[in-house]
Design a protein around this ligand. Sequence first.
Ligand SMILES: [Zn+2]
Length: 361
Amino acid sequence: METVFPLPDEIAQGHLGRWRFINGFSSNSTCMNYLRQKTKELEVGQSDIPDVNILACCSEVDIRIYQGLHTLLPFVSFTVPDDQRLEGGWAPKIVRKYGMRLPRQFAHFCPACVGDDVYRRGFSYWRRAHQLPGSYWCAKHPTVRLHETKSKQSFEREPQFWLLNGQSVPQNLPEEIRNNSISHRFSEACRSMLKVTSGQNNGIVRRLLVERAISKGIATGAQHLTSQKYQRLSDLVKEELPVVLQAELCESLLNKCKREYLDEIDGAIGFPTYQEIPRSIGTAFAIIFLYSSVQEAISEFESAGRLLQQSSLERIFTGGRYNISAVAAELKISESIAGKIIFANRHSISLKISQEIGAQV
Ligand SMILES: [Zn+2]
């Protein structure tokens, strides 16, 4: 059995396809079953190990690193409730459910990257960034349109195979998308979300988005339904996004009424809930509508993440007691927002506050 190491930005499905090809399995699923068996023998007693973790173990890569660099989890599960997050990674429940899930229907690749790969390595491979929703161009080759292949076995062969056999086509790119700035910024936001390392993208992102939304008069979650003072994020998106892109990214936008709450988008700036439904598309829209640039948003998320990592690991809710001002000061948000966050998180929050503040709680 030949060990197959993952390549830069290689997506797990394509990596599994190379495992299959190099070791002569008939399909990705038979190859996966073999690797699952092999992992079981190594880790006695463990059952139901997520496919992603199996691929990591067999490829001799740290599981957290593999999840962060070879799956779409950093995008798909950019924000998840605090209790679904482990030190630097995601809970097995999340990995099992979303680790191998793709946000787009078909497999995508950049023909120019294929050319580069074949020149440099002699073969081509599947990249994560090309599978992100709303991606029409490759970041490295911005004038080359991505190709898509509709075969269910796409990832079992290298992209070059589909290209040479004429079984891939350039993605349909209507004029409205080509020149739409929201569509370009949306792609940028998705790519940036993918790059934020898992240790930094904890539950605090959602809180920062909530705080910012309120300051901009945008309704958060199902709240403010009756107040005319607040706008819905989903209304802003619907106004500016071409219909053809609404259909691709979030079909429910098409029939949405004004002021109606749309969980896939408005839920991204709702207060944290126990639901584990990822709202990555909503988060990407929140980033582009709430911040002046994607970079500004990502820097804010990363510095907040670092702040939490540096401070001590005190659970602030002990015996149901908490300190609103301490939380507000720590997260740099108003006390009224802190109160709401605390209310919404009463049983699950694991904010880290400094020992000094912790002592006053
Ligand atoms: Zn490319």
